[in-house]
Ligand binder design. Sequence first.
Ligand code: BV8
Ligand code: ZN
Length: 248
Amino acid sequence: MHATSEVSSDSVEIGVHDRVFVLTGAGISAESGLKTFRDSNGLWAGHRVETVATPEGWDANPELVWRFYSQRRRETEASLPNPAHRALAELEEKIDGRLFLCTQNVDDLHERSGSRNMVHMHGELFKSRCEADCGASIIEDRNSYNSLTEIPRCVCGARLRPHIVWFGEVPLEMPRIQQEIDRCSILLVVGTSGVVHPAASFVQWASMRATPARAYYIGPEAPLNAKAFTRILMGNSGEKLPGLFNVL
Ligand code: BV8
Ligand code: ZN
């Protein structure tokens, strides 16, 4: 009696010609100890999202915004990648070049796990840029700024702001993201509530094509856009992702 390759119901088969597009959200970093937006139910460190993650909030109180992002820099530095981040980096390695990762997260846990072919569509916590768009390059910045006198300045004299896409601002790398969605055959969405657009529409874009992609969602609760997925695999990503992929 030869062993049949027992494929559990919760496994995602990846064929030799499959291209995988992965979208991750705050949920993939939850098991690393970083709060999700929903856990803070819209209140981040006691602040309303609108106050600390919008251009209006920045204009009204840049010191508060820098204090908020400085605190998240410290929290992220103290956190470690979890098995979900590592599983995606290993899959990228295994199907070399056929995996593209788009994260909504501003933490660097994917990079620290070895992911390479990726974009941060909502910016990066450890980068700052000139608020006057003077042409100076975006800088790597791990500093904390906790008072008005500390707000960093660009060479042109304008203030440096977090390199983060706030609500009402245009996400980064959209043309490349669109291109990768158009050519993927598998869309994997991990740990995002499906509330914020345009990220929440990616599954529609991938399944409304002439040749729809297979779309899987992994998380402990169904996202808002659940019905657009081929399959919902319920559970924490740190437990579900390792061993999930059946690479042919
Ligand atoms: C734009 C950086 C135009 C900040 C972020 C009305 C209708 C539709 C849209 C709009 C509207 N009014 C305004 C808009 C546009 C707006 C929007 O969508 N608003 C929402 C609130 C309605 N969007 C924008 O402004 C965007 N820009 O639209 O520009 C445009 C459009 C297309 C093309 C060109 C131009 C810009 C939005 C970016 C805002 N910045 N982040 C920072 O981090 O400081 S958004 C931020 O919240 C995240 O990055 C993420 O994108 C979003 C939601 O967070 P999630 O990642 O989903 O996390 P959440 O807490 O919500 O959910 C966690 C999930 O994890 C849960 O499902 C949970 O079950 C799961 N989970 C928990 N534990 C685990 C787990 N999963 C796995 N394992 C676990 N262990
Ligand atoms: Zn400048």
